[in-house]
Design a protein around this ligand. Structure first.
Ligand SMILES: Nc1ncnc2c1ncn2[C@@H]1O[C@H](COP(=O)(O)OP(=O)(O)O)[C@@H](O)[C@H]1O
Ligand SMILES: [Mg+2]
Length: 279
């Protein structure tokens, strides 16, 4: 038997930093006999931003819903923070979801609730005391630069503002994993750019891991080439025009993962579908 003092070096103990935050292993799902995702395997490591691309209807939203247990796969395993989602009981799933923030397609705010109550939603559900909730709501609304909208209703806001509220709602628990479903979908190019700026700021200020669906390649490139500068409070190009190696791409097509890699690798891809898709 090894000397106990040597053990830590001989047998690396499982480290939270080495367990992927998300891991799909041979995941398949279909609806009404139609296969949507087939044999999907990928990981998102701690601190990574994984950008999900693919044609409309190829299963990107389904993949995100699988990642937070809103759907269960027909086969395969999904591990989130090392726990297998598909076999977790309901209370285990709730516990896991406390570490996950989700920005739904089209914001999905509650129309009858004010911005304050929309953003506070998860903290209220966890029975956090009022003063703490109010402080946290103000903090995240300041972060998304919407502190003046506390008492407004979603219908009184522009599409871009609603998207910012949805992001504030998702980050109020400081989740370790953020799932963004088409955060710029339906927005004009200028507003889209401000939302991507906010996502870059979220990444560089709070950190964490994210899966992000987008149909806009510009969004993906921005995320890979820009950083948030705390000193100037501005988004800027990465020093030396570096490409962020923790912003990586996953392209789905025809039920499969057809690409998994960095921006440079994506730009060099020879696959005819990818070339067409990126042009
Ligand atoms: N709850 C559901 N019931 C039946 N079919 C669904 C359901 N959710 C998604 N689908 C189908 O799965 C496919 C992929 O959908 P989705 O993930 O929303 O695509 P996208 O890549 O555009 O986000 C579509 O054909 C859609 O109709
Ligand atoms: Mg979708």
């Amino acid at each position: 038997m090894a000397h106990p003092n040597l053990l830590p070096e001989l047998v690396p103990t499982p480290d939270a930093n080495t367990v992927p935050v998300v891991e799909f292993s041979h995941v398949s799902i279909g609806f009404d006999g139609k296969q949507v995702l087939q044999d999907i395997s990928f990981t998102a490591q701690q601190g990574e931003t994984r950008i999900l691309l693919g044609p409309a209807g190829c299963g990107k939203s389904v993949l995100l819903k699988l990642a937070n247990g809103l759907m269960r796969p027909d086969s395969g395993q999904i591990y989130v923070f090392g726990e297998e989602m598909s076999t977790l009981p309901q209370n285990g799933l709730f516990r896991l979801r406390e570490k996950i923030g989700m920005v739904f397609q089209e914001s999905a705010l509650f129309d009858s609730l004010t911005v304050r109550e929309n953003v506070a939603y998860q903290l209220r559900a966890a029975h956090i005391e009022d003063a703490t909730v109010e402080a946290r709501v103000q903090e995240v609304l300041r972060f998304v630069e919407l502190e003046h909208t506390l008492d407004k209703f979603p219908s009184q806001l522009s599409g871009g503002m609603r998207r910012r509220v949805a992001i504030a709602r998702a980050i109020i628990t400081h989740p370790e994993l953020l799932l963004y479903d088409s955060p710029t979908g339906g927005l004009d190019p200028t507003t889209s750019a401000t939302i991507i700026d906010l996502i870059v700021k979220q990444r560089d200020v709070y950190g964490g891991t994210s899966l992000l669906i987008t149909h806009r390649l510009q969004d993906a490139y921005m995320l890979a080439t820009h950083i948030f500068n705390r000193a100037t409070n501005q988004i800027q190009r990465s020093p030396n025009n570096e490409i962020n190696q923790k912003t990586t791409f996953l392209v789905l097509n025809n039920t499969h993962v057809v690409f998994d890699g960095t921006l440079q690798e994506l730009q060099c891809a020879e696959d005819p579908f990818l070339k067409e898709f990126l042009s």
